[in-house]
Design a protein around this ligand. Structure first.
Ligand code: GLC
Length: 741
């Protein structure tokens, strides 16, 4: 099996690599030709040939525009006659594929392991972002669970499913801090807070990286700061902001042992991340001590020519390699240009060996040399999704839902006659959101399907699409004789995710007019939002009776929404991102600086004259079907930490789970500091009438900041500590920290 005609050699390699890895990788390196070395730096995207009458790039456009569903695209990917460059594999010119094709996997791997001269295995990567075949809520929703164990479990399940198809490397977690709701990829992110994103990232790395699977932090770095929220646009920021906001999640996930990182498309402060030595070498590989390898984003190496930082493909390849980029995704720039560059002295063999070594070490670390093949009997094991995976998906979907408004209309009693309206209620694949390519709409449960399974008395009419006008007759048919209207409105999956920035974050189409029409019936109207970004909901918050932020919750979405609508589960989700009142507030985030003229009634202060200066819904916000009161906040300073405690009481009628959040503010420092910074959170579940004491420890050493030299500073002075249910509603204590080491 593993030991083909080169078996004596392969045994040698395996023997080598079971010993001291470094010595054996070096041993292997010493045997590699230049072509074989450059082959290890080369990743091939799925270049589909035949079977379609449009080129692959146009196919992608069609998916992004929603003209092809992700499900159909997934089927095309899985069944098409992809061009896998067999000859190149045999010559050792290919290191990795982006692929989801279990049926083809062993065939390709055998060529690499048994027919090539050195038998170096391929590593197969794929976008396993929020689930693989069992789809979990989009990351922006998952982050709102404030639940490390759940995040870790979602990644572990996803890796397990992906491995049945030979995938051993997920291009996830995406850790881009996202402060601008116009940016489509906010849906893929853990939101706006560095602390939460760091905890999320570390948990996802732990979940993905059991012994034989690699994860990938992306996009390094500052991608979410794209100007105007326009995807791929330039990002500029102070080094203080880089060090204190955008880098911390990556640092935290590096400390968790991530094996790979993906460089971002954008230029940061004038230099594309792909060729940015300061980022890739000085910070990531030196300061963060990252020992894995850096892969480019798709086509990003040649796009350095567009950026205007490289004269041509060869120049781009040279600059990228020397900046610390190790693997080229999809452009053949390294394999086609570095031999000439080497002969011209533009790169050195050390530069090349350093990249090859990092890649070989990761392949060895995840067991590809020892265990390169998959069990072909498992390839079809996901035709029926495992029950425990679906249960985990339903649980996480429930916990990701955020109750934004409830004028005593929720939960619904089972005897209510319900009018269920809105196109999104009846499109199963829309539950998956963006970046769910391996998911299948046929596995998904829409809200309408779940309602049908729940036995409640409801009538469904589409009434209004995400785009286009509403239908008067359908509204009358659906609402006649009903007690309450549940309107499922929001965005199509194609309206968020990559290359899907919106200039206006209101509900698309005529959905707001549709909601106004529904209110004219005089019946209570509850909006269930299906969206991939914060929306501007000023009118909705003012006029609707209930608002549930349901995001795109994945395979089990319908059941989760119905569980919440009828009170089988008390909503506990929180917002990991600010919801602006109007688009004009973007970018809008809680951890802003105070400025010299913080907003007030005075004219001459920092605010808009035509919009509120506070968001519609703030970071950390989320209601419950019960009520929680906070009291008796206390801070005890021990040697090097603050023990912060507060009593929480369930003063409502039903059991519920509260997420107590701890924030701090450094009142005066050598650089301006945010008005609040999340520094801890803890969940507590309480029955009606019960109280609990919640204690969160804040290490004094975590109260510092980075200056623009990247030096960590801890300064004595006055700090305010806040504990409460979100960033705006909390108790406050003041404390002076004097003895800082
Ligand atoms: C895309 C995305 C990146 C993804 C990669 C491979 O363009 O930017 O997040 O992992 O290409 O699909």
């Amino acid at each position: 099996m593993l030991f083909g005609k080169n078996s004596c050699y392969n045994i040698n390699i395996i023997t080598y690599l079971r010993g001291d890895m470094n010595m054996n990788i070096n041993e292997l390196l010493s045997k590699m030709t230049l072509e074989e070395k450059l082959g290890q730096l080369n990743q091939i995207p799925p270049s589909i040939v035949g079977g379609f009458d449009v080129p692959f790039s146009e196919l992608i456009e069609m998916v992004m525009e929603g003209r092809i569903s992700q499900e159909d695209f997934g089927k095309m990917m899985a069944n098409s006659e992809q061009d896998f460059h067999e000859e190149d594999i045999k010559k050792g010119r290919i290191s990795s594929f982006i692929m989801n094709n279990g049926k083809k996997y062993n065939e390709l791997q055998k060529i690499a392991v048994e027919d090539s001269r050195l038998g170096i295995p391929l590593i197969i990567g794929f976008d396993v972002i929020h689930g693989f075949r069992t789809i979990f809520p989009i990351p922006l929703a998952l982050a709102g669970m404030f639940d490390e164990d759940a995040w870790e479990n979602s990644a572990r399940i996803a890796a397990k499913e992906a491995m049945t198809q030979g995938i051993r490397w997920a291009f996830a977690p995406m850790l881009d801090i996202s402060r601008d709701a116009r940016w489509g990829r906010v849906s893929e992110s853990p939101g706006e807070d560095p602390y939460l994103a760091g905890i999320y990232g570390a948990a996802m790395v732990r979940g993905y990286q059991t012994k034989d699977f690699a994860s990938c932090l992306k996009h390094f770095v500052g991608y979410g700061a794209c100007e105007g929220g326009r995807d791929y646009n330039s990002a500029s920021m102070s080094l203080n902001t880089l060090y204190n906001i955008y880098l911390p999640p990556f640092k935290k996930a590096c400390e968790a042992g991530v094996l790979t990182v993906m460089a971002a498309f954008n230029d940061l402060n004038g230099i594309p991340c792909t060729t940015n030595k300061f980022l890739l070498k000085d910070i990531l590989k030196e300061k963060f001590n990252f020992k894995g390898f850096v892969v480019s984003d798709a086509n990003a190496v040649v796009e350095c020519v567009n950026h205007g930082i490289a004269a041509d493909k060869k120049d781009a390849a040279v600059k990228a390699l020397k900046a610390g980029l190790d693997m080229d995704m999809g452009t053949l720039s390294f394999i086609e240009n570095l031999e000439e560059a080497l002969s011209e002295g533009l790169v050195s063999m050390e530069d090349i060996d350093e990249a090859v070594r990092r890649i070989l070490e990761i392949k060895e670390k995840i067991g590809l040399f020892e265990n390169p093949y998959i069990n072909e009997e498992e390839i079809d094991s996901l035709e029926i999704l495992p029950k425990e995976h679906l249960e985990a998906a339903r649980d996480m979907a429930r916990k990701s839902i955020v109750l934004l408004k409830n004028d005593n209309v929720l939960p619904l009693s089972l005897d209510k006659k319900i009018a269920l309206v809105g196109a999104l209620a009846d499109i199963p694949q829309e539950t998956m959101g963006s970046w769910a390519i391996a998911g299948r709409g046929s596995d998904c449960v829409s809200i309408k399907m779940a309602m049908e399974n729940s036995g409640v008395d409801f009538k469904y009419e589409k009434c209004c699409g995400v785009e286009g006008d509403y239908n008067e007759e359908e509204i009358l048919r659906a609402t006649e004789g009903s007690d309450v209207i549940v309107a499922v409105v929001g965005e199509l999956s194609s309206m968020s995710g990559e290359a899907s920035s919106r200039s206006d974050i209101k509900l698309p189409g005529k959905q707001r007019e549709f909601l106004k029409r529904l209110l004219e019936t005089g019946k209570p109207v509850i909006a269930c939002l299906m969206n991939g970004r914060p929306l501007s909901l000023d009118w909705e918050n003012e006029n609707l009776h209930g608002i549930l932020e349901c995001w795109q919750l994945g395979t089990m979405m319908g059941y989760a929404v119905v569980d919440i609508l009828f009170g089988k589960y008390n909503p506990s989700g929180r917002l990991a991102v600010t919801f602006p009142s109007v688009t004009g507030q973007c970018p809008s985030y809680y951890n802003h600086y105070n400025t010299g003229r913080p907003a007030s009634k005075s004219k001459f202060t920092s605010k808009y004259i035509d919009a509120p200066n506070v968001p519609e819904f703030c970071f950390g916000y989320g209601l419950s079907y019960t009520k929680f009161d906070y009291s008796d906040m206390e801070i005890v300073k021990n040697d090097d930490e603050l023990s912060c405690s507060i009593t929480v009481k369930n003063t409502g009628e039903v059991e519920g789970t509260e997420t107590v959040q701890l924030y701090m503010r450094d009142i005066s420092a050598s650089i301006v500091r945010p008005v609040k910074e999340l520094k801890g959170f803890k969940k507590i579940s309480l029955k009606p009438g019960d109280s609990g004491r919640v204690t969160i420890t804040l290490k004094i050493n975590d109260m510092g900041f980075y200056n623009d030299k990247g030096e960590y500073c801890l300064e004595e002075g006055e700090f305010h500590i806040f504990m409460g249910s979100n960033v705006m509603d909390n108790e406050k204590k003041e404390i002076f920290i004097s003895s800082v080491s």
